[in-house]
Design a binder for this molecule. Structure first.
Ligand SMILES: *Cc1c(COP(=O)(O)O)cnc(C)c1O
Length: 291
């Protein structure tokens, strides 16, 4: 069994979850809302609301927030907005131009581009960045090593070429999956069937190589067989590098916890890397045959 099997992923994912318990220890309350509807933000604002934290598109269902509208609403209430922009990268979406205060990137993903560096980038006005740099960053932030910074600069030089490549190959994979009888549906923001397709076209100038699809499966083992039947696409978290990766939602479940009526148990997140579309489609066919 390969080291990246679902058996290994399960305890890994469970260990990650306690992160949601950290903010309450600092007396920070959090309200989660469905960000696809603006009124949910308006309804959730309280006198002590300081920050609205966004991720558009998010990196499993690709749900979008209307960035201009949320930024306007927040500004009227003196609330700071932060948008995780890792999916689009600054080349395909510019949150700050839409009124968002701070944009952040997991540079581990597309900016590094080769799955060999962990880093993040935060952008905003000089005043805001100076405030964060002088206090939180210098005191509790983690500084980047020169070599890792050099890798990121190198990654930036090919970012546009890599994104152009995945923009050409990913729709072919989406098309293949959409028409496969074992697939219930595909989620990809630039696909015409995507629920927020219009908004995606309006605020994003491109979509990347990350998509999700729902398999028809009665047991978790069928999904395990699909993933382990792939010869090229590795099962792993993360994305944005040169190689294609797959992450099944059921990695965090035991066989007996699997419920085929729950679509979240049958979802797989596929990251399309820099390989040929035809090569990846052949690999996916191997997965379907293994089910
Ligand atoms: C991976 C990821 C992160 C975390 O980034 P790291 O660089 O791995 O710490 C944050 N946001 C999104 C959308 C991600 O995909």
């Amino acid at each position: 069994m390969p080291w990246y099997s679902t058996v290994v992923l399960r305890p890994f994912l469970r260990r990650c979850w306690p992160i949601f318990n950290i903010l309450p220890r600092f007396n920070v309350d959090t309200t989660y809302v469905d960000g696809t509807l603006l009124e949910n933000f308006a309804d959730a604002i309280r006198p002590n609301t300081r920050i609205i934290y966004l991720e558009s598109p998010n990196s499993w269902s690709y749900a979008l927030q209307d960035l201009r509208a949320v930024a306007d609403l927040a500004r009227d209430h003196g609330i700071i907005t932060i948008c995780d922009n890792s999916y689009c990268t600054p080349l395909y979406q510019r949150p700050i131009e839409m009124g968002i205060d701070l944009a952040l990137q997991s540079a581990t993903k597309y900016i590094g581009g080769h799955s060999d560096t962990v880093a993040g980038v935060l952008s905003g006005s000089s005043a805001m960045i100076k405030k964060i740099f002088d206090s939180e960053y210098l005191n509790i932030g983690s500084g980047i090593q020169p070599f890792n910074a050099w890798l990121l600069i190198r990654g930036l030089r090919t970012l546009s070429a890599r994104l152009e490549r995945v923009s050409a190959t990913t729709p072919k994979i989406v098309d293949f999956l959409k028409h496969h009888p074992q697939v219930e549906k595909v989620l990809f923001p630039f696909d015409v069937t995507f629920p927020q397709y219009e908004l995606a076209r309006e605020q994003m100038s491109g979509a990347c190589g990350l998509l999700s699809f729902y398999l028809y499966a009665d047991t978790r083992q069928e999904i395990v067989r699909f993933c382990e039947g792939l010869h090229h696409i590795m099962m792993a978290v993360s994305w944005g590098g040169h190689e294609s990766l797959i992450l099944p939602g059921c990695a965090s479940l035991l066989d007996e916890e699997f419920n085929p009526d729950n679509p979240a148990h049958r979802v797989l997140r596929l990251y399309v890397g820099l390989e040929d579309a035809e090569y990846l489609i052949k690999d996916l066919e191997r997965g379907f045959e293994s089910m």
